[in-house]
Design a protein around this ligand. Structure first.
Ligand code: TXA
Ligand code: MG
Length: 354
């Protein structure tokens, strides 16, 4: 199959609509990451998503809707507290879990669950597609299962070339990490996946909301604590090399790298960190320059939003550079740092605490 990449125009939107109606899959940008979209009522389209991604079928999909969409088409009830969140954060990077409308939402969308995940994206391209088609569109992140989520049309092309007919190109994603998933269907309101809408922001509306216990642990998944979002149990975002996520100081990482250079031969070494971290490292060990690849997450003077925006591209770059052993700078879990550390941790093979 020939995969076309097209900017958003009336023609490309019409093409996307026809493809979706035919049960085909179309990739499109959102403010978080690119999605692999299918018409939510098309069994063929849904099946093609799982096939193109190589995704386990027990991992449910998020239904994306336009601002004027009638929720009762897909949800049988709006949970208490959800209205206030929708008013505050929709359109935007927040997904809400609701009891599903069993007549319209198939088990193939929800992995057999009785709930459905719903999101109203704010990205202008995503909005254009959803409004133009008027369709509810199911979309997981448009990466091959297990790879870092795509934050540009080129990332999607890397993974989906030859597998899907169309990629709508809306440039780089503004947020860079997937939406915050909020579940209000149980007694205790929970964040099932941290994202661009932070816990602090949610607490302004629902003070008692908390992180799912499985998300709270920074260490790799303890099998006894099962995450409520099925997708959160997979390792995910995994680069090909061995990533050590570390709270060590730049000086300590410099020492680690010098040791690696002496003891391990044939390894390609690197660091994913802010510019300031790298500068400190070089001050401690100038000889590392040229021997160790630097992948920048931006300047710390900017903020965690910049780090979030760059993280997935950085992980893909590590693969491109064929790094076999590399270090990642750990951040504070405040604000969007929670989402950054959640994804970074899932991508890493080792976690070093101070
Ligand atoms: O930002 C996003 O949410 C992106 C863009 C494309 O919108 N989409 C995305 O989809 O991240 P995906 O499929 O990569 O992640 C969906 C997550 C999975 O962890 C899945 O298990 C969870 O949502 N999920 C979906 N339906 C659920 C449900 N009914 N109950 C609990 N978790 C659910
Ligand atoms: Mg995903």
């Amino acid at each position: 199959m020939n995969t076309q990449i097209k900017k958003i125009t009336p023609e490309s939107l019409e093409m996307a609509k026809n493809l979706l109606l035919e049960g085909q899959v179309v990739a499109f940008p959102t403010e978080t990451v690119y999605g692999l979209g299918a018409y939510a009522y098309s069994q063929e389209g849904i099946a093609r998503i799982y096939e193109a991604k190589g995704r386990p079928s027990d991992n449910p999909l998020i239904v994306h809707i336009a601002p004027n969409f009638d929720l009762s088409q897909i949800a049988r009830e709006v949970p208490e507290g959800a209205k206030a969140l929708m008013e505050r954060f929709w359109p935007g990077p927040m997904t809400l879990i609701m009891p599903k409308n069993r007549e319209t939402i198939a088990d193939t969308v929800t992995g057999g669950l009785d709930t459905v995940a719903i999101r109203m994206p704010s990205d202008p391209s995503a909005m254009a597609l959803l409004s133009y088609t008027g369709m509810p569109i199911v979309a997981p992140s448009a990466n091959t299962s297990g790879r870092p989520s795509p934050t540009s049309a080129m990332h999607v092309y890397e993974d989906m070339q030859g597998k899907i007919p169309l990629i709508l190109d809306g440039g780089s994603c503004q947020v860079g990490v997937e939406s915050t998933i909020v579940d209000l269907t149980d007694e205790k309101p929970l964040v099932l996946r941290p994202g661009g809408i932070t816990l602090e922001m949610l607490r302004e509306v629902i003070p008692e909301i908390d992180l799912d216990p499985a998300v709270k642990q920074v260490r790799s998944v303890d099998a006894s604590v099962v995450p409520k979002a099925p997708g959160m149990k997979y390792r995910h975002y995994a680069p090909k090399g061995y990533l050590i996520l570390t709270q060590e100081t730049p000086e300590e990482v410099a020492r680690d790298l010098e040791e690696d250079l002496q003891t391990i031969s044939g390894d390609k070494l690197g660091v994913i960190a802010t510019d300031e971290f790298w500068q400190e490292m070089l001050k401690a060990a100038p000889q590392l320059e040229g021997q160790v690849a630097m992948i920048s997450l931006g300047s710390r003077r900017d903020d965690m939003e910049t780090v979030a925006k760059r993280l997935f591209a950085a992980l893909r770059q590590a693969d491109e550079l064929t790094l076999s052993r590399f270090y990642g700078e750990a951040f504070s879990r405040e604000g969007v740092g929670e989402a950054v550390m959640n994804r970074f941790r899932k991508a890493s093979s080792e976690w070093r605490e101070r």
